[in-house]
Design a protein around this ligand. Sequence first.
Ligand code: AHR
Length: 655
Amino acid sequence: MKAKSIIALVAILAVLPTAYAIVDIKIDASKPGPVISPFMWGIFFEDINFAADGGISAELIKNRGFEFPDHLMGWKIICPPNSKATVFVTNSTPFNVNNSNYLRISNDSYETNIGIENNGFRGIGVKSNETYNFSAWLRSAPASNFKIEVRLISIQGQTLASGKISNINDKWTYNTLSLKPNSTDAKASLQILVSGKGTIDLDMISLYPKNTWKNRPNGLRADIVQMLADLHPGFMRFPGGCIVEGRTLENRYQWKNTIGKPENRKLIINRWNTEFKHRPAPDYYQSYALGFFEFFQLCEDIGATPLPIINCGMACQFNSGELAPMDQLDQYIQDALDLIEFANGPITSKWGKVRADLGHPKPFNLKMLGIGNEQWGPQYIERYKVFANILKSKHPEILLVSSAGPDPDGEKFDFLWTQLRKLNADIIDEHYYRPPKWFLENTHRYDSYNRTGPKVFAGEYAAQSVGVASPANQNTLECAIAEAAFMTGLERNADVVVMSSYAPLLAHVDAWQWTPDLIWFDNLNVYGTPSYYVQKMFSNNRGNFVIKTEISGIDPKKTVFANSVFDKNKNEIILKLVNPNETDFQCQISIDGTKLVHGTSTVSILSGNNPSDSNSIQSPTNIVPKISKININTQNFIYTAPKLSFSVIRIPTKK
Ligand code: AHR
């Protein structure tokens, strides 16, 4: 070892805490392994936990069209008990039949302070001095003479901003005004008060921040989308999840109902509204403010290949398990064909024109489509067969994703794999909601998978700190580290596993049904969990192909996990190294098969003191990767992996 290298090594060791175990990691850059698919690390958007309405959709008004079955849910009528004025929901002459309800206020005695108040999605989050765009469809009865005052009210009852609308006439008219609150409030509300005389109708009452993602009117929350964009996801699966299936078929997700003008999008209940008795969400509906056009646009914005999932004639098998009879699958298949045309068809085609009319003449470049969500049994296989036959004959260019059911093993899983293999399926979606231990024990799951036939999509996974879907689950460092270990196994087997995504993606801290989740938010803030940073570290360090990485000298009870890839653009080896132990690990790393550029390497380390460490709205950056430089001046060096850590080391090599 040259003197300079020894000095560098001593320098590394000097600053490191005592390490308790030694392991050898041998990397051979002359032994390339599988190519890593550009879709390897993606995201799975599911409308659960208020991910869409009340979440990434920036609409701040809940039940804006009075279409919830309890028409005034989310609204409070402002009308003193002895008043002669009336405030009620009706549907006699709507301006849009898909959203037929509207609010009618009659006030014949010039009473003041009559109106309604909306408290948003567990409050309306507004920021001081930002602009909020209010809009509503309004109509007054002939001979009425009204003015409307719109106010943002703080949780303490102070007026944060106000504006007025006049000139309301007897035709349904779209009215707008801007509000600029004088202070920040996470739990504000919106009041609409009428003054004057007569009868007025109000519908589609809406409030969006001006500052949305890409400043699109009626757009998405910029802070949440930024978190997704920062992942540089290879794909985005949407819109679920069980909502694709619905508790019954009537309640399934139908993409055609989610596009076009907001008032055309017919609201339905979100199946998570009633799913968990312990986490009821009576105000959870799908207004489709975020619909399929916005999903495709979002994919395009963040560079993710779209992976829409369509219903295959099966309602959720954890609920009704309702089946569309085999001779009535046509409409489901037609929806799939039309979706492909909507995404990719020329503007001269029926659905391509719809896309163009919505403002996107260029195709969305759809390459994959999921047939059903988490289905199982012979009923799935017989339906999948029909879908696959038709879709493959008409669109051989589209890869089909099929289901391996809800568990990563067992009878259902084995049956589906056997059948789908026979059918020569393209990609099979496996789900694993398991304890952290399972993830550590399954890092070699794919080493022995059949290399031919269908590829794997690790489509839903998350380490469960307490139990599957237990409300006590936490997004701990321990879980994140276990997932990182498992992901080294996905990466090493990139010839088998071509896509993967953590699930679920998003959760509102006051309105969630399922935990753990990758990203949490409230009405004003968003933060990533330790699992988020694991996903980010993998996906921002994808590399192009695997290189041989062997670990030896391990005490079987105490081990580390590692894999390396090569980044052709930067000519760097990227070593991913996971130490799940509660003691530091000294790793003797040797690199063969290439010459290193001596000098600075970059190390990102995600670590903490305790397995239960986590992030929160109050401490959003408690556990985040710390980036530093180390000097590597020799082909053999020691790296100490801190206890409970995930390290990504980028090592430059000579061309
Ligand atoms: O992610 C939560 C649920 O888990 C999904 O909706 C479903 O696909 C799986 O059962």
